[in-house]
Design a protein around this ligand. Structure first.
Ligand SMILES: [Mn+2]
Length: 285
C-alpha cells in the first residue's frame, strides 16, 4: 500500500496529535472520494463486513478493521454514526477517512444521522472539537459529511442504509437524483433515510418520537418498497440493542450496533458478515 495517510492507519494512537495541514488534506481527499461515488452505491462482493454505529468507540473500530483484514474479507461497509457520544470521536472519524482514502474500493462509508450538525452540535462532537482547539475543523467535517453516500445496494438484493425506508421514496434510484451536499435540516428523503426506524405491529408510516419529519415504518410499506425495487433484505443501524443486533419482520431486516459502550451501558457489540448469500452476525467480545 502506498498512500499519503498510511501512517494514520499504522499508528492510530497518534491521531489525537494530528497536524492541522494533514487533517486539511485528509478531509479534502476523503470528500473528493465521496463526491466521485454515487449517492446510492452499488457494491458486488463474495464477502462483506457490515458495521453499525461506532460512536467514537475507536478501540472497537480498530478490532473490527483487524478482523476484516485478518479474515481476507473483500469489502467493509460502515453504516454511519462515527461521531458523538463515545470517548474517541476525532480518532474514529479520522481513521475511517484515512481507510477510505487508502482503500477506496474495499472500504465504504455511509452517512449516519450523527454526520449532520442537527445531531453532532448537541451530542459531543462539537464540544470535543472545541476542547481540542480544532473548532474550524468541526465545520469542515460537517461540510464533508454532506457528501457521504446515503445508501448502498449490495449484490443487487441487500439495501444498506443507516435508518430505513422513507415515506416519499418510491424508486430507490431517486436517491441518486438528490443533490449533494444535502443539509438534512428539513423534512426530506435523506432525513428519513438516516432517522427512520422499523416497528413490528404498525402499518404504514407513523410519526416517531425522534422528532418532526421522522417516522416508524411498518412491515407492509417495507415489503412493498422492497418488492417494487427488486430488493430482498435490509441491513441498517441506528438503534441500540444490548445484544448488539436485532432482526425485524422475520429476519428481513438486520439492525446492527457495533459500539461496546453506549452512554455507560455495556453492549455486546456485533457486526454483520455476508459470505456468498449467507448473512450472519459476529460478536466482538
Ligand atoms: Mn443513528
Amino acid at each position: 500500500m502506498s498512500c499519503q495517510f498510511e501512517s494514520i492507519i499504522k499508528e492510530p494512537k497518534k491521531i489525537s496529535k494530528i497536524k492541522p495541514q494533514v487533517l486539511d488534506a485528509l478531509i479534502e481527499q476523503a470528500t473528493s472520494q465521496f463526491r466521485a461515488e454515487f449517492n446510492l452505491l452499488k457494491i458486488k462482493a463474495e464477502s462483506v463486513v457490515f458495521v453499525g454505529d461506532t460512536h467514537g468507540d475507536f478501540d472497537t473500530t480498530l478490532r473490527i478493521v483487524e478482523y476484516f483484514f485478518d479474515n481476507d474479507i473483500e469489502k467493509i461497509i460502515f453504516i454511519g454514526d462515527y461521531v458523538d457520544r463515545g470517548p474517541k470521536q476525532l480518532e474514529n472519524v479520522v481513521y475511517l477517512y484515512a481507510l477510505k482514502v487508502c482503500y477506496p474500493t474495499k472500504v465504504f462509508l455511509l452517512r449516519g444521522n450523527h454526520e449532520t450538525p442537527l445531531a453532532n452540535a448537541y451530542y459531543g462532537f462539537k464540544d470535543i472539537m472545541i476542547e481540542l482547539g480544532l473548532e474550524p475543523y468541526y465545520d469542515k467535517f460537517n461540510k464533508s459529511f454532506g457528501f457521504i453516500p446515503v445508501a448502498a445496494i449490495v449484490n443487487d438484493v441487500f439495501f444498506v442504509v443507516h435508518g430505513g425506508i422513507a415515506s416519499k421514496l418510491n424508486d430507490v434510484e431517486q436517491i441518486n437524483a438528490i443533490p449533494r451536499p444535502d443539509d438534512v435540516w428539513s423534512a426530506n428523503i435523506v432525513m428519513e433515510l438516516l432517522w427512520n426506524d422499523p416497528r413490528e405491529n404498525i402499518s404504514g408510516f407513523v410519526p416517531s418520537y425522534r422528532g418532526p419529519g421522522i417516522y416508524f415504518f411498518g412491515r407492509d410499506v417495507f415489503e412493498e418498497f422492497m418488492q417494487k425495487n427488486g430488493l430482498e433484505k435490509m441491513i441498517r443501524a441506528h438503534e441500540v440493542f444490548l445484544e448488539g443486533y436485532h432482526y425485524y419482520f422475520d429476519k428481513q431486516i438486520l439492525s446492527l450496533f457495533s459500539s461496546k459502550n453506549y452512554v455507560g451501558r455495556k453492549i455486546d457489540a456485533k457486526i454483520g458478515k455476508l459470505e456468498g448469500d449467507k448473512l450472519t452476525v459476529v460478536s466482538l467480545r
